[in-house]
Design a protein around this ligand. Sequence first.
Ligand code: BGC
Length: 381
Amino acid sequence: MTLPEIDRPRSIARLVESSADLIAALQDAGGAYPASPTFSAYAGYSWFRDGAFIADGMSSYGRTESAERFFDWCARVLESRADEIAAITAAAEDGRPVADGAMLPTRFTFEGRAGLDEWWDFQLDGYGTWLWAVGEHVRRHGTDAARWARAVELSVEYLCSSWRRPCFDWWEEHAMHVHVSTLGCIAAGLREAVALGVLDADHEASAAEAEAEIVELIRTEGVADGHLAKWLGSSAVDASLASVVGLLEVVPAASDTGRATVAAIERDLTFDGGVHRYLDDSFYGGGRWPLLSCMLGVAHARAGDVDRARELLDWAAGTAAPDGAMPEQVGGHLLAPERVDEWVERWGPVAQPLLWSHAMFMRLAVELGVADAPNAGETRE
Ligand code: BGC
């Protein structure tokens, strides 16, 4: 696919603003962000993972009210499941953990229910990612976190009881492994839960202890050839790891491991400015994901390579359709071209717009100072 030339930098700023407007327009009245309003398999659902990164993008661009409404929605979802979380943590403490199917889902209907469609639901990362996004938001805007205190506490209980469990990864695959990106999201979430200052002493101690153990586990078993590995014991890299060294700052971007991870993603998964998820990907043929270009861009920026970050931002901008909608992935450099048709037959064309793509684009643009965030605390809705 040849990506259209765009008029920079004005069009970057315009695309950032139209992305924020699109996300605001599509956010449900109750606060949930749809992953993609039109894509058959995602319509009607909100993911904690996508939503947390979307809220962070909106927060970084000054759309504070939108981000807070999403956090309120997460808090309601968690509080409504307090009994379930208590049962899960009690069973784990007794040494007879509940089955994967009895763990919390990864996505919910806008009303906060699990929904009736089958899904690869047991994923732990989102319960860390939302905590991380709240922490970033509060640090950025000085918001009082008291209204999310109970939900933060429930998330800490859930994660501290279960973070060691294998589960589906960001891509909703490979449930038999412990994924380093998932661990990174949990560690970042627990770190932020402590930083929020809303936990009692016991919860704070458990969160801090689990975070330290996770960081140590990543260091000792989650590294291969110097870079972060896709899962514990794997030698491959996965582009989601760019978040662990970039936005989530679990491994500093400028550290040896951080630099080696960015280099491995560039070497194995990046073509031009587009980033594949992982080498064996066959979902819609395994194309390149603009949201991953932006994740990688943040990692580059934090390691000091602003020029490369800017190239990645420009590439991501070029994936937008004439109406501004950004896709989940683009073709043109597929890892498994023979696998496209089966997905199109199953679910229709690639998701577009994907709100997470828009949000990551906004987030990198803000990081690079290309899209000035309005004054902290100001709401642009
Ligand atoms: C991706 C997930 C994402 C979901 C909704 C899936 O295809 O693998 O990471 O959360 O779509 O956007």
